[in-house]
Design a protein around this ligand. Structure first.
Ligand code: ZN
Length: 308
């Protein structure tokens, strides 16, 4: 069965102010990398706009209204110092979340075995009623909630290897033992959550790693802790918050991963999905801010999805 690539040109039209690291060129570099011959087998789909009812499963209605009403007709509007929207953001935000919903529908229907959503803005910092960290709507949580509510998928897992802790996803999953959130991230680092030694329920697995941590520490955290916890959870469906900013070339953090680590992590996660989830994996882009490293990492990730 095939791997699907879901994206939309509107995701290039979300334009934070000049100099902002979360820029349209990020997505363009990934799409160019995925245009090569070795990706000809990808099933390519355009992301639809998400319904607001699907968003409202994880965000407060007032917050959804606030986000959409603050989108300016010219210039930018800042939700905080990091998080800004431009005239093109409305469609980008709706299609980024819509990609996850379509991705879920496709793997459940059997149209694809797994999916990579090449979308922006990212989502994993978005809280139930607050935009932060470049994120407006929590794309991966919207996908997980859709799988549960519409398709009756009971046990849903999100594994997040972005260098930042996905505080928004964790907050949305924290009180529901059928929702697993597992994260490797640099600590200390923005947003400051997911710190060592915190008490957490069994379905929340945070693996903070120190600045300078590389392949060895990352793979050990995966192998010793995250993957065994995921095996015990036995997910019916697996999502990946695929941020590539733990790469050694990334300017926003100090971890030292290379492309091969993303291929390895993806293989490991697909193997768990094979055992428990009929191979069903929906992955979505989060961070990654060095354009060349981002393109190579996303390529390695998608190649591993295609080989699964
Ligand atoms: Zn990040």
């Amino acid at each position: 069965m095939t791997t699907a690539l879901i994206t939309h040109p509107a995701c290039l039209k979300h334009e934070p102010p000049p100099g902002h690291p979360e820029r349209p060129a990020r997505l363009q570099s990934i799409l160019t990398a995925l245009d090569g011959d070795e990706f000809r087998a990808l099933l390519r789909k355009e992301a639809p706009e998400v319904s607001l009812d699907a968003v409202a499963r994880v965000h407060d209605r007032n917050y959804i209204e606030e986000v959409l009403s603050e989108i300016p007709s010219a210039g930018v509007f800042h939700f905080d110092a990091d998080t800004a929207v431009s005239p093109g953001s409305r469609e980008a935000i709706l299609r980024a979340a819509g990609a996850l919903v379509l991705g879920v529908d496709m793997v459940i229907r059997g149209d694809a075995k797994n999916v990579f959503c090449a979308v922006r803005p990212p989502g994993h910092h978005a809280m139930p009623s607050r935009a932060m960290g470049f994120c407006l709507f929590n794309n991966v949580a919207i996908g997980a909630a859709h799988a549960h509510a519409v398709h009756g998928v009971t046990r849903v897992a999100v594994v997040d290897f972005d260098v930042h802790h996905g505080n928004g996803t964790e907050a949305m999953f924290f009180s529901d033992p059928n929702l697993f959130y597992g994260s490797t991230h640099q600590w200390p680092l923005y947003p400051g959550t997911g710190r060592p030694g915190e008490a957490r329920p069994n379905h929340i697995v945070d693996m903070p790693l120190p600045p300078g941590a590389g392949s060895t520490e990352f793979r050990q955290a995966f192998s010793d802790t995250l993957l065994p916890a995921l095996e015990r959870f036995r997910p019916d469906m697996l999502f990946i918050s695929a941020g590539f900013d733990a790469h050694q070339d990334d300017p926003l953090a100090q971890m030292r991963l290379v492309e091969g680590d993303y291929a390895w992590a993806t293989q490991q996660l697909c193997a768990v999905a094979e055992r428990h989830s009929k191979g069903r994996v929906v992955s979505t882009l989060e961070g990654g801010y060095d354009l060349a490293a981002l393109a190579r990492s996303a390529k390695a990730h998608v190649q591993a999805l295609m080989a699964a």
